[in-house]
Design a protein around this ligand. Structure first.
Ligand code: NAP
Length: 430
């Protein structure tokens, strides 16, 4: 059997597990790849660190660019991370040098995927990044190969396990955001600096990649509307439950429509609502498939290396597709409608002091912005603390609800900026 010769840059959580799998499952993986998998060289910052596999026959570099000096390497697996820097320069140079690239680096692909993909085409090699989106779910393969015969209209999903874990824990244990975040950090579900996750950026990287493949349009990362869960409160989770909804952070993109990462209220009986803990889910709808959903672990050493190995086997077999399903020049320019004109129902929570006339003031603001109320909950009376008014609206434009919320936030006896969350009613995802 001939060989496929591998260089691995980055031996952290994903890189070390990928190397361990290649070594420990050598026979079965080589059989599936049709070639013997052989790690020629690896790179990481610290040589002395134990990576859980023997380095005896493997060349080690602290500079990942040294992997490029190896004419005997066919494929470089980039598992360093970071949008630019050494990861990007390694991938660019490797593709130019005629080496295949596999990466799990969603930040780099969301920002530089089109140019890297073009570079791969020009140099007759492949770029694969299945591990960049929801590792344990073959989310890209499902879309690009399994659903290749469809006109996909909507792709939506729970794309960040950390946020899903936090929201699920807040829901099941009635706990506050910061307490659950600390616990998630302690258990290793959240980074010491969790901002990329909780501010929605990580989910947006994945949504940009998925929506480009789904709609065959170059969806620019900068065009996405991104908000996270930093301001989430257990109060909203409790009110959502009273209204028959659960609160999730979703990435949602519609063909010709906006692409956004947002907290969302979804019906309790929606399949996505049942996806809890650190799990991810991706739901696709279009014709003729109607709708399809896939659920699985989105991160961690095992699920992410599983996706890397699938790319490696595809490359070995000569089965690797264009990363976005077609040559980059055939992807059309982005056609996304503006966020602000999109119409849907909203949840609005307003903290007020319990004074006569507050409700009529708020109603007047809503009326002036053309918004009509679908339902309202007002909690008991309180002389000291805030009283919450929770409203759901009929369908309205995002710009109208946002402007109304701003005016309400500045109204007498309103204590804070209102919490505004879009509602995705049953049927949206199917
Ligand atoms: N972790 C996950 O669950 C997950 C899931 C999906 C995608 N990803 C993506 O996979 C990639 C790797 O993630 P990870 O969690 O495995 O990261 P990690 O644990 O931080 O590992 C990064 C590796 O890169 C090496 N490295 C960092 N900077 C370097 C530099 N300047 N020069 C040479 N080597 C350098 C580190 O060396 P040392 O070990 O010597 O410090 C380490 O081995 C990222 O793009 C990430 O977004 C990760």
């Amino acid at each position: 059997m001939s060989q496929i010769r591998i260089g691995i840059a980055g031996l952290g959580i994903v890189g070390a597990e990928t190397a361990r799998q290649i070594i420990s499952s050598q026979d079965i993986l080589s059989r599936r790849a049709g070639k013997n998998l052989k790690i020629i060289a690896v790179s990481a910052r610290h040589k002395a660190k134990d990576r859980g596999f023997p380095l005896d026959d493997i060349v080690f570099y602290t500079d990942p660019l040294k992997l490029l000096d190896h004419d005997d390497i066919d494929v470089i697996i980039e598992l360093i991370g970071g949008e630019g820097g050494v990861a990007l320069s390694l991938c660019q140079k490797a593709l130019q040098a005629g080496k295949h690239i596999i990466t799990a680096n969603k930040a780099m692909i969301a920002h530089h995927g089109f140019s890297l993909s073009k570079l791969a085409e020009d140099n007759n090699v492949t770029l694969q990044f299945e591990a960049a989106v929801a590792g344990g779910i073959p989310a890209i393969k499902i879309l690009r190969e399994g659903l290749a015969g469809n006109q996909i209209e909507t792709v939506a999903g729970i794309l960040n396990g950390t946020c899903n874990y936090i929201l699920s824990e807040m829901t099941s244990s009635n706990s506050a955001f910061l307490d659950v975040l600390k616990e998630a950090q302690h258990k290793g579900f959240a980074e010491a600096d969790p901002s990329f996750d909780i501010d929605g950026v990580d989910a947006a990287h994945k949504l940009a990649i998925l929506s480009t493949i789904a709609f065959e349009q170059k969806i620019e990362f900068s065009s996405l509307s991104i908000s996270g869960i930093r301001n989430v409160s257990d109060i909203d989770i409790n009110y959502a439950a009273k209204l028959g909804y659960c609160l999730k952070l979703l990435g949602i993109a519609q063909r010709g429509g906006p692409a956004e990462v947002t907290m969302a209220l979804i019906s309790d009986d929606e399949q996505l609502a049942l996806v809890n803990g650190a799990l991810n889910a991706v739901s696709y709808s279009g014709a003729p498939v109607q709708s399809s959903i896939c659920i699985g672990p989105g991160a961690g050493a095992g699920p992410t290396s599983s996706a890397v190995l699938a790319d490696l086997i595809d490359i070995s077999r000569g089965l690797a597709n264009y990363p976005y399903g077609s040559p980059v020049d055939l992807l059309s320019e982005q056609k996304l409608a503006s966020q602000t004109s999109k119409e849907q129902c909203y949840y609005l929570r307003i903290a007020v002091t319990d004074k006569p006339g507050v409700l009529s003031q708020i109603s007047a603001v809503l009326r002036d912005h053309g918004l009509s109320i679908a339902s309202m909950i007002q909690n008991g009376q309180s002389e000291e603390g805030p009283v919450f008014l929770v409203l759901t609206t009929h369908k309205c434009a995002k710009i109208d609800i946002e402007q109304a919320a701003e005016v309400i936030g500045n109204t007498d006896h309103v204590l804070d900026s209102p919490m505004v969350i879009p509602i995705f009613d049953k049927g949206f995802f199917s």
